[in-house]
Design a protein around this ligand. Structure first.
Ligand code: 9D3
Length: 255
């Protein structure tokens, strides 16, 4: 997978991709992250990337020409087949919500181009005639698309076969081939996890986890996952596809 990130702050990405799974995925050649300075695709001597909004108003708007020129230049050597497996993503506050199923779709591409918005916005012709997808990572105001692009690269790379290596436990793998599908496809939140010490400043690890009854542990984890989902994400619970056992556990929590 090749990621092309077009930004006015390429330096921004020096840190986030140099650790853990993303670092290893690059070292192993599974992914390549190419950073492109938008100003290199300007033609005037001031290397202008923004301009005032038509119709008036506050702030500046990213001009369309540098973004179009950048994408056309990056993809100029692509064959038609590869172009069909390329996503051109505009990160903007007005985008569709980025969630796990979008990451899944991007993970199936050969190439993902990420266009980072800045200032008050991006000329709408970029969303309409250049990008194949406009994404937001959530309902809060960021200063630009850079952090959002890093989030998209992280979530997408994790889904590439081989990316997780031995960070994904063998035990978990034996439960389902894609444990991560749970959060998107009618799923609920993960159960609580604990490690040593069993007593941390008087806060005890639940007794059931210290014993060896695997069936009891499994039931306890389901119950806690349901309880936590209901408390923190009732919206997920409303859409969740639950087993009979999970319905029964929920009813038990009510009583
Ligand atoms: C209401 C006027 N503006 C708020 C001060 C709108 C606005 C302009 C530019 C809001 C955000 C931005 C910059 N944000 C992004 O480029 C962005 C973003 C975001 O703000 N939230 C969630 N996802 C994303 S992806 C890109």
């Amino acid at each position: 997978m090749i990621y092309d990130i077009v930004t006015i702050f390429p330096e921004f990405f020096r840190g986030p991709f140099e650790h853990g799974i993303l670092r290893r995925a690059q070292e192993e050649g599974l992914i390549e992250i190419r950073l492109h300075d938008l100003r290199n695709y300007t033609t005037d001597k001031h290397r202008t990337v923004d301009d005032r909004p038509f119709g008036g108003g506050e702030g500046m708007v990213l001009k369309p020409e540098p973004l179009f020129t950048a994408v056309e230049s990056l993809l100029s050597d692509q064959t038609m087949e590869k172009r069909a497996r390329t996503a051109i993503v505009l990160l903007s506050a007005q985008g569709r919500w980025f969630h796990q199923s979008v990451a899944q779709t991007l993970a199936e591409q050969e190439r993902v181009v990420l266009l980072c918005g800045r200032y008050e916005g991006v000329d709408e012709r970029v969303a309409e005639h250049l990008a194949t997808l406009e994404l937001s990572i959530g309902d809060y105001v960021l200063s630009g698309g850079e952090l959002a692009a890093a989030v998209v690269v992280d979530a997408t790379t994790r889904l590439l076969p081989e990316a997780l290596g031995d960070e994904r436990s063998v035990v978990e793998e034996s439960f389902t081939a894609h444990p991560e599908a749970r959060i998107s496809a009618g799923g609920i939140l993960d159960c609580p996890h604990y490690t040593r010490p069993a007593d941390f400043r008087g806060h005890q690890v639940p007794e059931v986890l210290l014993g060896g009854d695997h069936e009891e542990v499994r039931r306890w984890r389901r119950e806690k996952a349901l309880a936590k989902t209901r408390r923190n994400r009732p919206d997920l619970l409303a859409r969740a596809r639950l087993t009979k056992e999970e319905r029964a556990l929920l009813d038990k929590l009510d009583s």
